[in-house]
Design a protein around this ligand. Structure first.
Ligand code: NAD
Length: 485
């Protein structure tokens, strides 16, 4: 039987095992062809509350297992991502519309997330404090308890596993709610990996569904921490609900990341970086390059080179042809992209490549000469569109970059000394010098500021321990302390 055989999971949710879904089922659809790939169970509120209650009970035993046993489950999960990479990549290509290179990035990062997380159970979990009293004093980290993970469609595997793996490793139980458009890649694959890796039943539950299921995994009484990755609009709702219920919410949200091309930068390399930053996975990446700022001295040549590159990139079904760009996830997203592009042109922007589509295949698009208040420049497009404008001084470009409400990623190409000064002045969760804006590694603290997130970080031991544990202050004396009355 194949690892992801639908006979196991078709039409079901996982709450202590594969079980009938209270909310019925929905189709997993291939955006490139419209074909139905399978049937996914839809979790309703009762399912979520049942899963949360089971999670709270299962978590106690899981947190009590030896660190070595928890580490072994995570190591085995890492190996399983490698063993089943081809099958998982097949689903990433068909359900998420990923080109093979992007699908390979996802399975590779998924394995690394598990290997990194395998070190967390035995990582120091606190500090020994000084005390003015005659006692020992500790700040010790304990599991948060039940953690809900809500993930988006674009990098469905990475954006689920980056929270699921460290949360489990640190002794939590997890409720996973993937996006319904990528519920197999962002949900079923993880459930199957951890089943095979030997995670006890009930510690991880799979609860696919839309916004209503998402609201329920925030509200379920046993849930203490929510890890949300998605749009700023939905993140606000999750944050409001969590605040009302006094729960901790880590919000990783939208972006409109800037690429700065400095005077003297290598033009061909800069255009290649710019194309990759804007067009990888059809631009459906939170840290995609959404704004290109190019120095006056290179501006015309950069626009020409980037446009030529865009015109030559093949677009089509990544399951059947060798393409650089696959489909947009659905019609609503494609129409939003197209209306922003057409509106940008109507407002005086110059279309130098693309700007058209067939079915869900949107041509890589370059828009030049945009005013800063042009919506194509000011909002997150989440499509294969490269909006370009010019700058003449460092002060000017810093001001333009910081004018965005978002602050996820900035790439700076060219002279390193100038780039370092700019890095000091931009409001951004990450800065990449001589790279475009898209980059992630399992051991690096990933996250944004402003409308891109509340400042939480995922990745690396420090950030993950902060995200998925609570501190308990513990003091200890050899005898009962004396008191004045
Ligand atoms: P979305 O916010 O619509 O959906 C994301 C997830 O939240 C899905 O699972 C969805 O079902 C769920 N959801 C939606 N409304 C909800 C609610 N009210 N309560 C609880 N859950 C709810 O996001 P999208 O538009 O499909 O995804 C793209 C967005 O995600 C972009 O804005 C992108 O920048 C952002 N994103 C951010 C990061 C990051 O790390 N900062 C990474 C990837 C994507």
């Amino acid at each position: 039987m194949a690892f992801l055989d639908a006979a196991l999971w078709g039409g079901k949710v996982n709450i202590g095992g594969w079980t009938e879904a209270g909310g019925g089922a929905f189709d997993a659809v291939e955006p490139a062809t419209g074909a139905t790939l399978g049937s996914v169970g839809l979790a309703n509120r009762d399912d979520v509350y049942r899963a949360a209650s089971l999670a709270a009970k299962s978590q106690l035993d899981w947190a009590a297992t030896k660190p070595e046993e928890r580490a072994a489950v995570l190591r085995r999960a890492g190996q399983l991502w490698e063993e089943h990479a081809a099958e998982v990549q097949h689903w990433l290509t068909r359900e998420a519309g990923s080109i093979p290179a992007k699908a390979q990035i996802e399975t590779h990062v998924a394995a690394n997330e598990c290997y990194e997380a395998a070190a967390l159970p035995s990582h120091p979990h606190g500090e020994v404090l000084s005390s003015d009293e005659e006692r020992w004093s500790f700040a010790r980290r304990r599991p948060a308890g039940v953690v809900s993970v809500i993930a988006p469609f674009n990098f469905p595997l990475v954006l689920s596993i980056r929270s699921v793996a460290p949360a489990l490793a640190l002794g939590n139980a997890v409720l996973l709610k993937p996006d319904p458009r990528t519920a197999v890649c962002g949900g079923v694959t993880l459930m199957r990996i951890f089943e095979e890796a030997g995670l006890p039943a009930g510690v991880l539950s799979l609860l696919p569904g839309g916004a209503e299921t998402g609201a329920a995994v925030v509200e379920a009484p046993e849930v203490r921490v929510v890890s949300f990755t998605g749009s700023t609009a939905a993140g606000r709702k999750v944050g409001e609900s969590a605040a009302r219920l006094l729960k901790r919410a880590h919000l990783e949200l939208g972006g409109n990341s800037a690429l700065i091309v400095l005077p003297g930068a290598d033009l061909a390399k800069a255009a290649s970086a710019g194309a990759f930053g804007s067009f990888l996975h059809q631009g459906q990446i939170c840290m995609a390059t959404g704004r290109h700022f190019v120095h006056d001295s290179l501006y015309d040549d950069y626009v020409a080179e980037l446009s030529a590159k865009a015109e030559n990139l093949p677009v089509g079904d990544p399951a059947t042809s060798d393409v650089a760009l696959g489909p947009i996830i659905d019609e609503a997203q494609r129409d939003k992209i197209d209306s922003l592009v057409q509106d940008a042109v109507a407002r005086g922007g110059r279309l130098t490549a693309g700007g058209s589509y067939e079915a869900l295949f949107y041509r890589p698009t370059v828009l030049a000469d945009l005013e800063l208040d042009n919506p194509a420049f000011a909002v997150e497009i989440f499509g294969p569109v490269a909006p370009v404008t010019r700058f003449s001084s460092v002060d000017e470009v810093v001001e333009m970059v910081n004018a965005s409400e978002y602050g996820l990623s900035v790439g700076i190409l060219g002279d390193v000394g100038t780039a370092m000064k700019i890095a000091d002045r931009v409001h951004s969760g990450k800065v990449h010098i001589n790279e475009q804006t898209v980059s992630d590694e399992a051991n690096a603290p990933f996250g944004g500021v402003g409308a891109s997130g509340t400042g939480s970080r995922f990745g690396g031991a420090t950030s993950n321990i902060d995200a998925f544990t609570e501190i308990q202050w513990l003091t200890m004396r050899p005898e009962i302390a004396p008191y004045p009355f």
